[in-house]
Design a protein around this ligand. Structure first.
Ligand SMILES: Nc1ncnc2c1ncn2[C@@H]1O[C@H](COP(=O)(O)OP(=O)(O)O)[C@@H](O)[C@H]1O
Ligand SMILES: [Mg+2]
Length: 376
């Protein structure tokens, strides 16, 4: 058995999530998520990471400093994980660290995730795998979503056709045909989820997010606004496709608003937008059951609306498969680190559109091998 850590801070920029994953053991390839921790991103760092999403003054130096600050926060998450699991740093083979996306432009051949990996490796004494998206983009792919390969590894069933949906800042779906089926695993980003919900809620209520969707639940859907948003060409594009804050930002919401709108009804309509676009993807997947993960699972109103829109597919969470929905994305990056260390492909060309399987990520080792620098 080998241990890997995955660290994820997604488009919501809410927290760094960390998962400790044990790979191997009783059978080759067996996966077990043995610990999960999450540290909120302090408001000052979150504001800077949000500011760096768009062009600004002195952004190279600011990006470097934000990458350092994020590495320090990540090192804290690693320390928490090791303490909660009661295992030493040198029992971990490698950390897969996603970093914070500030640009995602596969159409222009690049994606940028901020994180200073050497600083993280130095602080933890553990090898770090970073820049996990660029090799797929260099091979003509979207560089995203990367989680479907992990979802297939962890959640594919012998008989049941399944889908996994991650309700993060952006939502993505993985479609998992039964094991042995000749049909490839597929998946794509469906569009916005929490990133628009959080932004609108923060602006109009001051709260970081709409707890359990209670604010949205009290409003009504503005059908004309929903219809206007649904004309967004991204929703009609055929996969492979991926998206982020580059497209779905506050300006995207505002372009379709008419004067005299009621802020709460806009929030309710944003929930419906997510439910309609993700629900459509669930129906089209032909899955019997959809297993949802990500922070959106805790938005009870969004989950109700998703269940209504996904029918006849049944909506549940990854907890039904024994995995904490909060931990799934971080666990994916732990698994991706193991693929890098083993020099195996981390992408699925059927998902990202890359020319073929690729080894993903850059690997940095903190110390010479005979000086306690992990066990690669
Ligand atoms: N109790 C809750 N009620 C409603 N929404 C929640 C709750 N807890 C978390 N969330 C939502 O989940 C988001 C974080 O989800 P996460 O999966 O971490 O996304 P990302 O991968 O983009 O960081 C928060 O920003 C918030 O919108
Ligand atoms: Mg998050």
């Amino acid at each position: 058995m080998r241990r890997f850590i995955g660290l994820m801070s997604g488009t919501s920029i809410d927290a760094v999530d960390g998962a400790l994953v044990e790979i191997g053991g009783d059978r080759p390839g067996a996966l077990r998520t043995s610990a999960f921790v999450s540290r909120p991103i302090p408001a000052s760092l979150r504001h800077e990471l949000e500011a760096l999403q768009v062009p600004g003054a002195d952004e190279l130096a600011r990006a470097a400093l934000a990458g350092n600050a994020l590495a320090d926060l990540c090192a804290g998450v690693v320390a928490d994980l090791l303490a909660s699991a009661g295992c030493p740093a040198d029992s971990v083979t490698a950390i897969g660290a996603h970093g914070q996306t500030v640009r995602h432009r596969p159409d222009l051949g690049y994606t940028i995730q901020l994180l200073q990996p050497a600083r993280l490796a130095e602080a933890c004494g553990i090898a770090v795998v970073c820049d996990l998206r660029s090799a797929d983009i260099a091979a003509g792919g979207q560089g995203a979503p990367l989680a479907p390969a992990f979802h297939a590894e962890a959640f594919r069933d012998a008989a049941e056709r399944r889908a996994v949906v991650n309700l993060g800042g952006i939502a993505n779906i993985s479609v998992l045909p039964p094991l042995g089926s000749p049909e490839p695993v597929s998946g794509y980003d469906t569009g916005p989820a929490n990133t628009l919900l959080d932004g609108w809620c923060r602006r109009h209520t001051g709260a970081d997010f709409d707890r359990d969707g209670e604010w949205a639940r009290g409003g009504t859907v503005d059908a004309a606004l929903l219809a206007a948003w649904l004309t967004e060409p991204y929703f009609a594009m055929a996969p492979p496709k991926s998206t982020g804050r580059d497209l779905f930002d506050a300006g995207w919401i505002e372009r379709s608003l008419t004067s005299g709108y009621e802020p709460r009804n806009v929030q309710t309509t944003l929930v419906e937008l997510t439910a309609v676009t993700v629900g459509r993807a669930c129906r089209e997947s032909g899955a019997e059951r959809v297993f949802v993960c990500g922070g959106g699972v805790r938005n009870g109103f969004l989950m109700e609306r998703l269940a209504a829109n996904a029918a006849p597919a049944q909506v549940t969470t990854t907890q039904a498969l024994g995995v904490d929905p909060r931990a799934v994305e971080a666990a994916a990056f732990a698994w991706l680190a193991s693929r890098r260390v083993d020099r195996k492909a981390g992408n699925l060309a059927s998902v990202t559109g890359a020319r073929g399987p690729r080894v993903l990520g850059l690997l940095g080792e903190p110390r010479p091998r005979n000086q306690g620098g992990g066990r690669l």
